[in-house]
Write a protein that binds this ligand. Structure first.
Ligand SMILES: NC(=O)c1ccc[n+]([C@@H]2O[C@H](COP(=O)([O-])OP(=O)(O)OC[C@H]3O[C@@H](n4cnc5c(N)ncnc54)[C@H](OP(=O)(O)O)[C@@H]3O)[C@@H](O)[C@H]2O)c1
Length: 167
């Protein structure tokens, strides 16, 4: 399954000056719990902000300008080859889930194909320069949403239109 995982402020901000403009331990713990044991795909800026490959996950970084290779870390030069590498690795290692972890361009490309969106809503506005792209709410249904303090952990699942149309 292809999943998007993102934390979004009330005003759509996801990043500011190359960083995530908030730090909620609950959000970090949730991200770790959901993505561990799986494959993560991210853009070069996001990877350089984190600064190291995420442990317990196979990391694929998309970049046209740099090459990152280490244990559990590889580089793809475009979105399609990142997905191809992810699928091959998933098959070989019996992994079910691929997570698209940002930033904006990765999300933009992923929204057309994602089966699920793990959308963490931060209940405040933040100043920022990177925003989550608009997506069609008609293509997804809200499967669950759990509120903890100032955050809601929501999961949107793609609507299978063939089942809806009785095919
Ligand atoms: N709130 C959240 O959940 C969340 C999650 C992730 C990131 N963020 C924030 O978002 C910001 C970073 O996002 P961003 O959109 O600026 O950058 P990004 O997507 O992380 O990285 C952009 C870079 O990735 C490479 N890239 C992306 N798509 C590509 C494609 N299809 N083909 C080839 N290369 C591709 C390019 O690298 P090259 O220039 O090397 O070619 C591009 O310059 C940061 O502030 C970060 O903290 C927030």
């Amino acid at each position: 399954m292809i999943n998007i995982i993102v934390a979004v402020a009330e005003n759509g901000v996801i990043g500011a000056g190359g960083k995530i403009p908030w730090d909620f331990p609950e959000d970090r713990a949730y991200f770790k719990k959901i993505t561990s044991g799986n494959i993560v795909i991210m853009g070069r800026n996001t990877f350089e902000d984190i600064g190291f490959p995420l442990p317990e996950r196979y990391n694929i970084i998309i970049s046209t300008t740099k090459n990152f290779h280490a244990e559990n870390l590889t580089t793809a030069h475009d979105f399609e080859s990142a997905l191809e590498t992810a699928h091959l690795y998933a098959e070989k290692h019996n992994i079910n889930d691929i997570f698209l972890c940002g930033g904006r361009k990765i999300y933009q490309q992923g929204l057309d194909i994602a089966d699920r969106i793990y959308l963490t809503k931060i209940h405040s506005d933040y100043n920022g320069d990177v925003f989550f792209p608009k997506f069609s709410r008609n293509d997804f249904f809200l499967a669950e949403c759990t509120e903890i303090k100032d955050i809601s952990f929501c999961v949107y699942v793609r609507i299978n239109k063939e089942i809806l149309n009785g095919k």
